[in-house]
Design a protein around this ligand. Structure first.
Ligand code: BEZ
Length: 397
C-alpha cells in the first residue's frame, strides 16, 4: 500500500511538473543519462561464489543485448552484503539513497532480502531478486516493484518427496541451516514427502553459516533412516557432502536435497558428490540449443562452468533488458515498466518461464543425479510449478 502510494505520487508529481514545463530539461537529461544499476550481493563468506556467478550472468545477458538498457548506457554499483541480515536495510539504503540506483539487483540470502524488501517497499525502487527464496518476498510482503527471477525456497523441494518414495525411501532424516531458506525448503519437503506417504524421522539443524556437522552426522548414523534430505548451499555444501562421505554414510544412506546442495560445488566436493539426487529448476545437462549456447559462452568468457546462480543472474539481465526495451529506457514510467516485466517470457537456459501474478517464476523442476561432476537431468519432477503466492494481492481482480 505504502509502495503503491509512493510510486503513484512520484509519477503524478512528475506529470504535474512536466505539464508546467518546469521539469522538462531535467527529464530530457534523465532520459539521456545512464541507468544506475546496483548489485547488492555476497562477495565474501560461504555464499561469495553465488554472488560472483549472479553478477557474471547479469553482465553477460546485458552484453549480449548490446550492453545498454532501452538504448541507455549503464552505470554499475556494487556492494558486498556479506549475507548479513542485520545490515540488510542499511546496505540497501546505501545503494538507493546514496548511489541513487534505478534498479537494485539483490540478493542471495533470504534474511538479507527482508531488509531489501523493506527498503524497496518504502522507496519504490525497482528490485530484481536473483536468488533469495524467502516466501514473504512474493507472498505477504509482495510489491509491484519487486520481481524474482529465481524460485521460492519451497519450489524445488515440493518436487522432492515423490521421487524419494518412488524409490522406496520411506523414512527420512531432514537436515539444514536454521534460517528462512532451510525452514521453507523443509516446508516443501514435508508437504510433498508426507503426501506421498513418507515419514520424517527427525529434523536436524544448525545455525547459518555453521559447518560443524560431525555431531549431527553421528546422530544420523544412529537413527538409520532410509535416506537423508537437506538444504545447504555455497561453500558449506561442498563441506557437508565431503563430511557425509567421510562419516561413512555415503554408501549406506542415500543423500537427497534441494538442488543447491550440488550447485557450483562439484569440483570442490569431488567423488563424495557422485550419485547425490536433487530437485532443481536447472540441470547442467539440459539438452537444448539454448542451454548449450549459454554454457559455451559463459565458460569461454569466465573460464569456469556456469551453475544455477549464473543462470538466475543471466535471466535477471534478460528480464531487465527486455523490460527496459519495452519502455525505451524510460525507467520512470513505472506503470508501463512493471507491466512489461510482468508479461515477459524469459527464454532461459533452464527452459522458457513466465512470471506468476506475485512476481515469481512459473517453471519446471528437474530431477537430477550427480554423474561425473555434472548435475545430470533424470526427468521432470514437476511441470510448470508455481508458488502459491499466498497473501499477495498483486494482480487480484
Ligand atoms: C536463501 O537464503 O534464500 C538461499 C541461499 C542460497 C541458496 C538458496 C537460497
Amino acid at each position: 500500500m505504502t509502495t503503491r502510494r509512493l510510486v503513484l505520487s512520484r509519477g503524478a508529481a512528475i506529470v504535474g511538473a512536466a505539464s508546467t514545463g518546469l521539469l522538462l530539461p531535467g527529464i530530457v537529461r534523465a532520459q539521456s543519462s545512464r541507468i544506475r544499476v546496483g548489485f547488492m550481493l555476497p562477495y565474501t563468506g560461504t555464499y561469495s561464489q553465488l554472488g560472483v556467478a549472479i553478477e557474471n550472468g547479469v553482465r553477460m545477458a546485458i552484453a549480449e543485448q548490446g550492453g545498454k538498457l532501452g538504448g541507455r548506457e549503464i552505470e554499475w554499483f556494487k556492494l558486498d552484503d556479506e549475507s548479513e541480515p542485520s545490515k540488510g536495510v542499511e546496505n540497501a539504503n546505501r545503494l538507493v539513497q546514496r548511489d541513487k540506483v534505478d534498479v537494485l539487483i539483490g540478493t542471495v540470502h533470504s534474511g538479507v532480502q527482508m531488509g531489501i524488501q523493506r527498503v524497496a517497499r518504502e522507496t519504490g525502487v525497482l528490485n530484481l531478486i536473483p536468488n533469495a527464496g524467502a516466501h514473504a518476498a512474493t507472498r505477504a510482503l509482495c510489491a509491484p516493484n519487486v520481481f524474482r527471477t529465481s524460485f521460492t525456497n519451497s519450489q524445488p523441494t515440493l518436487a522432492l518427496g515423490k521421487p524419494m518414495m518412488d524409490r522406496g525411501l520411506k523414512k527420512t532424516v531432514w537436515i539444514t541451516w536454521k534460517y528462512a531458506a532451510g525452514d521453507e525448503a523443509f516446508e516443501g519437503f514435508r508437504d510433498s514427502y508426507t503426501k506421498a506417504g513418507g515419514t520424517i524421522v527427525k529434523e536436524l539443524g544448525l545455525p547459518f553459516p555453521n559447518v560443524e556437522f560431525q555431531a549431527l552426522l553421528t546422530e544420523i548414523a544412529s537413527l538409520r533412516p532410509d535416506a537423508v534430505a537437506c538444504f545447504f548451499a555455497g561453500g558449506a555444501a561442498a563441506k557437508f557432502i565431503r563430511d557425509y562421505a567421510a562419516a561413512g554414510l555415503k554408501d549406506k544412506i542415500p543423500l537427497w536435497g534441494s538442488g543447491f546442495l550440488t550447485e557450483g560445488v562439484l569440483e570442490a566436493a569431488g567423488p563424495a558428490a557422485e550419485g547425490i539426487m536433487t530437485t532443481m529448476h536447472y540441470a547442467d545437462s539440459l539438452d537444448t540449443p539454448r542451454n548449450h549456447q549459454f554454457r559455451t559462452a559463459y565458460a569461454t568468457q569466465f573460464k569456469m562452468q556456469p551453475d544455477v546462480y549464473a543462470v538466475q543472474g543471466y535471466d535477471t539481465g534478460l528480464l531487465l533488458a527486455q523490460g527496459a526495451a519495452a519502455v525505451k529506457g524510460d525507467m520512470g514510467n513505472k506503470q508501463a515498466l512493471y507491466h512489461a516485466l510482468e508479461t515477459q517470457t524469459i527464454d532461459s537456459p533452464r527452459g522458457k518461464w513466465s512470471m506468476s501474478k506475485a512476481h515469481n517464476p512459473i517453471q519446471d523442476i528437474y530431477l537430477r543425479r550427480v554423474e561425473n561432476k555434472d548435475n545430470k537431468v533424470i526427468g521432470i519432477a514437476a511441470k510448470a510449478l508455481s508458488d502459491s503466492g499466498a497473501g499477495c494481492k498483486l494482480g487480484a481482480a
